[in-house]
Design a binder for this molecule. Structure first.
Ligand code: SAM
Length: 266
């Protein structure tokens, strides 16, 4: 892909009047570079809890406790989700699968872009291995969940790796992947500056709370709950847990319609 990008750059340099097509192509190249860079970054990271949490492995227990309370509060909602199948997005080695999802759900699927993390998850998850369903090695920007399949789709510390347009696309597809009472949970850092902050080292962005809410709104999602994680060390970004569900009644959500709308069918 980078070769094509170089060619496109040459073409652009050789043309005084860049037409729209080339600009689109350029955007695509930048987008590919964004994902390729993240891939390279994660390829150098050890398959450990500390690796998953950027050297903050010691906050894992607090994180899981906060998530467990949040998830339990969702089961107590009227028409809350069932406990059959969950999807762990950007699962890494399966830290969340092992400590949060597998003890609760009958089956947990994982989607993760790094094949080495997925390979190591087998050992790491240990006694809950029998609870693991499918493991998808894929970027969320290209992942299409099965239709009406999941009770909970859990996305944590990964959505900053998606460009806004792909986050919107992913959230739209996730709605089709949910069962009737299914819920999407997003647990992410938020900036306090009300600005998007870019991390060029791992190729990710941290969004302000207001932008996340805007993207949820534009993706036809309603916020059922929005809770801030407590007891994390000072100096870290604030972390919010959102429970989201489609504003559209389930029978109206049709995967193929959505795919057509998003033009990802071909
Ligand atoms: C900060 S770690 C968090 C892992 C896990 N969610 C946890 O909390 O333990 C980010 C994970 O997202 C994965 N990742 C990065 N970009 C991704 C993408 N575009 N699609 C899917 N996974 C991605 C990384 O490989 C890494 O495993």
């Amino acid at each position: 892909m980078s070769e094509n990008c170089d060619k496109n750059l040459e073409t652009i340099q050789n043309q005084e009047n860049n037409d729209e097509k080339i600009n689109d192509n350029d955007q695509e190249c930048k987008s590919d570079e964004f994902y390729e860079h993240a891939k390279k970054y994660w390829a150098k990271i050890p398959a450990t809890v500390d690796g998953m949490l950027g050297g903050f492995g010691f906050i894992s227990d607090t994180d899981i406790k906060g998530s467990r309370l949040f998830l339990k509060s969702l089961f107590n909602l009227n028409n809350g989700p069932d406990r059959d199948r969950a999807l762990d997005c950007g699962a890494g080695i399966g830290r969340i699968t092992k400590h949060l999802l597998a003890p609760i759900f009958k089956k947990v699927d994982m989607v993760e872009q790094n094949p080495n993390f997925i390979k190591n998850s087998l050992n790491y998850i240990g006694k809950y291995e029998h609870k693991i369903g499918e493991k998808f090695v894929a970027g969320l920007q290209e992942f299409v969940p099965k239709d009406q399949y999941y009770d909970v789709i859990w996305c944590q510390w990964v959505l900053g790796h998606l460009k806004d347009e792909h986050l919107h696309q992913f959230l739209t597809l996730c709605q089709s992947g949910l069962k009737k009472n299914g819920v999407i949970v997003i647990k992410e850092n938020v900036t306090s500056s009300d600005q998007v902050e870019m991390d060029t080292e791992d190729s990710s962005v941290t969004r302000p709370h207001s932008l996340l809410v805007k993207i949820f709104e534009e993706s036809n999602l309603q916020i059922l709950k929005d809770v801030k994680q407590t007891n994390f060390p000072k100096g870290l970004y604030g972390v919010h847990m959102f429970a989201l569900k489609s504003k559209t009644v389930k029978s109206e959500v049709n995967l193929h319609e959505k795919l057509n709308q998003l033009n990802v069918n071909d």
